[in-house]
Ligand binder design. Structure first.
Ligand code: ES4
Ligand code: ZN
Length: 324
């Protein structure tokens, strides 16, 4: 079964590029850029990755991003992830990036996107891995900052397929960003949002109705609202579920208590993704395997996660038909 999982072609739809920063690269970049980090070794960094909830992770995650300064750093970060995609048989990936994490520290938007894009292009050419970019707004910041970020993205309209919403869900509901999402939709961006990770099922509802999302990131709290679950099944609204992330951030106590298989059996369009693999202990194969290990699934059910991801992806219709 492990071999089946490893060989299965995969499509990743929920991956924060800043969340692929492995401790070793963090150390290398800290040295290269002469940025001080409060750890003595990569092992010490890993030791610190013990989270109690989403916020406890985010605090460490934003601190880790401080070592990213130059275009080459963003290239290196992205390229390392793409090499890992090759190992895990990820043939297409839709990557989140958080420009505000960097622009707030004085790193130019252009620096971030140029470095990422150069790696994406090289992966397409050298590894045959296709990709799209999704720009996320940090929901703990205000709407004006999100609007300013949307403005900065306009020269890259052709390279950013959509906008998303991430960071602290509690206290920052979808409605806070209704205006900026309306503007993004008007400009032709697709929209997605983290909803129902730590926050209530109503956030999923609101992401769909107020932000016009075509996918819900996480969405696991939908089970608190039976009517919502029924609607998600009926409309085949995709959920980008991140199993290892949910365990690390204590959304579920252990994998056997995760609801991903329950949702799959309800006919929802659920997918498996790695979220912030450098922080949560695994890339795509490990995420698939963690579910397969915890639940009795047939090969057809496991493959369904990939079929769902193809259907939910932003790849053009022709390519989709070919992959399916
Ligand atoms: C995130 Cl797991 C998760 N949730 C919300 N925002 C995030 N940013 C990076 N990882
Ligand atoms: Zn996420």
């Amino acid at each position: 079964m492990r071999e089946f999982v490893e060989r299965l072609p995969k499509v990743e739809l929920h991956l924060h590029i800043e969340g692929t920063l492995e401790p070793e690269l963090m150390f290398e970049l800290a040295k290269r850029n002469q940025v001080a980090i409060p750890f003595s070794s990569p092992e010490a960094v890993r030791q610190a990755y013990q989270f109690t909830n989403l916020q406890s992770f985010l605090d460490i995650y934003y601190q880790g991003a401080n070592v990213l300064l130059h275009e080459q750093d963003f290239f290196d970060l992205t390229w390392h992830y793409l090499l890992r995609c090759q190992v895990d048989r990820v043939v297409h990936t839709e990557i989140f990036f958080d420009p505000q994490t960097h622009t707030q520290r004085g790193v130019a938007f252009d620096t971030v996107i140029r470095g990422i894009n150069r790696a994406l292009k090289q992966a397409e050419e050298q590894l045959g891995i296709s990709s799209v970019l999704i720009m996320c707004f940090l929901r703990h910041l205000d709407e004006a900052s999100a609007f300013a970020t949307l403005q900065q993205a306009l020269p890259y309209r052709g390279e950013i397929i959509g906008v998303g919403l991430d960071s602290s869900e509690l206290g920052h509901p979808p409605e806070k960003f209704a205006n900026v999402f309306a503007k993004a939709l008007e400009l032709g961006f697709k929209t997605v949002a983290h909803a129902g990770e730590e926050g209530p099922a109503s956030n999923i509802h609101d992401a769909i109705n107020l932000l016009g999302v075509t996918r819900v990131d996480h969405g696991v709290r939908c089970v608190d609202d039976a009517q919502l679950v029924q609607m998600l099944a009926q409309t085949q609204m995709p959920l980008t579920v991140c199993p290892l992330s949910n365990i690390k951030l204590k959304v579920f106590k252990q994998m056997s208590e995760h609801n991903i298989v329950e949702l799959l059996n309800h006919g929802l369009c659920v997918t498996i993704n790695s979220d912030d693999p450098a922080y949560f202990g695994g890339y795509m194969n490990d995420n698939f395997w963690s579910v397969v290990e915890a639940f009795p699934l047939t090969k057809a059910q496991i493959a369904q996660f990939t079929f769902n991801a193809i259907a939910a992806s932003f790849i053009d219709a022709d390519t989709k038909a070919r992959l399916a």
